[in-house]
Design a protein around this ligand. Structure first.
Ligand code: 4H7
Length: 250
């Protein structure tokens, strides 16, 4: 997949290209990533990119023309219909399902806004799709873009090394992940649940599934409402609920 990020702070994306799984995905040619410095499209000797809002009010607005020109140049080098994703608090909230669909695309341009956002006419002309990573406000779109790219990269076959890992993620089955433990067997008097050292893999799988369903019930009942649990999951949930009741009494 090919991704270009349009930004006034290209070096912020070093976080993506220099570290971990995203870096390896680029080295292994699963992702072809680059930034475009919007400043190069700025107006006048000062390469101006913003101006005061029509109608008044606080803050500045990003100029339409630099954005339009920059996207036109990119679509010349990529494809004429490469989608432009505009990260904004007003966008549609991205879910794991959206991420899986994005990961199938051949390419995308991600537009990172600063100031109070971009002149609406630029967004209309380039047919930007407006998306959000969550209901909170950032000082710029760069961190949101990096979050999106990170979620996409980990969907690529081979990106995680362990082929199973992205399939057993929380959300891929609509449930939260189970709890995890590693060595040593005891930490400050707290031991590992004995089933995990029993060697009984069927029992371990059932216990993990029960933790998963149980934690989803406790923490994210909204997720559970939209799921159709199978017989085994329903049995595990009522066992978890019974265990939970007893825990609260003692
Ligand atoms: C577009 C329009 C994305 C981009 C406005 C971006 C949250 C998200 C931004 C703004 C973002 C998200 C500029 C509005 C700064 C607020 C103080 C950049 N914030 N901002 N203003 N949830 N900010 O995906």
């Amino acid at each position: 997949m090919q991704i270009r990020a349009i930004t006034i702070f290209p070096s912020m994306f070093d976080a993506l290209t220099e570290f971990g799984i995203t870096r390896r995905a680029i080295e292994n040619d699963l992702l072809e990533f680059g930034t475009v410095d919007l400043r190069e499209y700025g107006q006048g000797t000062h390469r101006q990119l913003d101006d005061r809002p029509f109608g008044g009010g606080p803050g500045m607005v990003m100029l339409a023309e630099p954005v339009i020109d920059c996207v036109a140049d990119l679509r010349q080098k990529m494809r004429q219909d490469t989608p432009v994703i505009y990260m904004s608090p007003q966008g549609r909230r991205i879910t794991q399902d959206d991420v899986c669909r994005f990961a199938e695309l051949p390419d995308m341009i991600i537009l990172c806004g600063r100031y109070e956002g971009i002149d609406q006419r630029a967004l209309d002309i380039i047919c930007a799709e407006e998306w959000s990573i969550g209901d909170y406000v950032l000082t710029g779109g760069e961190l949101a873009a990096m979050v999106l790219i990170d979620t996409i990269v980990r969907q690529f076959p081979g990106a995680l090394g362990n082929e199973q890992s992205s399939e057993c993620d929380s959300f891929s089955n609509g449930l939260l992940d189970c709890v995890h433990y590693t060595r040593p067997r005891t930490v400050q008097g707290l031991s590992v649940p004995s089933v995990l050292i029993s060697g009984d893999h069927e029992a371990i799988n059932y216990w993990r599934m029960k933790q998963s369903v149980g934690r989803t019930w406790l923490r994210r009942p909204d997720l559970l409402d939209r799921l159709d649990l199978n017989d085994e999951q329903r049995r595990a949930l009522s066992e978890f609920q019974t265990d939970h009741q007893h825990q609260r009494k003692t």
